[in-house]
Design a protein around this ligand. Structure first.
Ligand code: TPP
Ligand code: MG
Length: 252
């Protein structure tokens, strides 16, 4: 394998293709996570991937690593348990916004509080994709979904605000900003403590089509138009991507 395909060693190539719809952003995120693993040369017998349930959660089965596909919303406590049992392992959670912030939201609060040294990659497609496109905790206000046909009456959770004064690593990036996504994931993996990367990604089939997008490329280009880079922020505005900096001792 050459330098550009070296990341494939972290994938079970023989079980491809994935079950994801044409135009889904999940493959971009999966590939980028593997590229970050490759950059850090993470040992295959020292890295564990944990997921909840959902389209994003299906990622866990495609890593050529030990992985656990947990019940819906339960990825974090399982991942924390693995880390506490064997501190030498690198433990990575890959799951969706519905799984991590909706049904698993309570676990997220406590993982942040405990600052367990794990990395969470949230495939933030703003929707419960696998089950047909129900409103999620980060669906924007007024947005039409299967369960909010007149527009979402609620406002989305600002994920970074959950971290409050706790000394964790938080980054927001998108499926369009490939280099930035890789940097965010690599930095999160290097961080000693709880790290969370919110990756804005697209679901055309159960979300974008309802919003009037013609194809997933339009959704991808929308990330380019909307999101501005701000890598030294104390706090990210809703239209900014970047890393919330923490000091080396873990303090903001
Ligand atoms: C306890 C439980 N409740 C509900 C479901 C149904 N369910 C499966 S996937 C899913 C949504 C997942 O959404 P998200 O985590 O955002 O992942 P996505 O499919 O969008 O990638 C739901 C509600 C379930 N499997 N288990
Ligand atoms: Mg989702």
């Amino acid at each position: 394998m050459n330098k550009n395909t070296h990341f494939k060693r972290y994938l079970k190539l023989d079980v491809l293709p994935t079950p994801w719809c044409p135009g889904c952003g999940n493959g971009i995120v999966l590939k980028t996570i593997c590229q970050s693993f490759d950059e850090l040369d993470l040992p295959k017998n020292g890295t564990v991937v944990v997921s909840g349930i959902g389209c994003a959660g299906r990622s866990a089965g495609f890593f050529d690593l030990d992985s656990v596909h947990t019940a819906h919303g339960r990825a974090l406590p399982v991942a924390e348990g693995i880390k506490y049992a064997n501190d030498a392992l690198t433990v990575v959670v890959v799951s969706g916004d519905g799984d991590l912030l909706g049904i698993g939201g309570n676990h997220l609060l406590h993982a942040i509080r405990r600052k367990t040294d794990i990395t969470v990659i949230c495939y933030a497609n703003e929707i419960y994709a696998m089950t047909g496109g129900q409103v999620s905790p980060i669906t924007p206000h007024n947005t039409k979904t299967l369960t909010t046909p007149d527009g979402n009456p609620d406002y989305p959770t600002d994920i970074q605000s959950l971290f409050g004064y706790h000394n964790c690593f938080f980054a927001r990036t998108t499926a369009y900003h490939l280099g930035h996504m890789k940097k965010c994931i690599t930095e999160a993996l290097k961080f000693k403590g709880f790290s969370f990367v919110e990756v804005r990604t697209m679901c055309i089939v159960n979300y974008g089509r309802r919003l009037g997008y013609k194809n997933s490329n339009e959704m991808l280009l929308n990330f380019k138009d909307v999101y501005k880079m701000n890598d030294n922020a104390e706090e990210l505005a809703p239209d900014e991507i970047g890393i919330i900096r923490v000091n080396t001792d873990g303090h903001r």
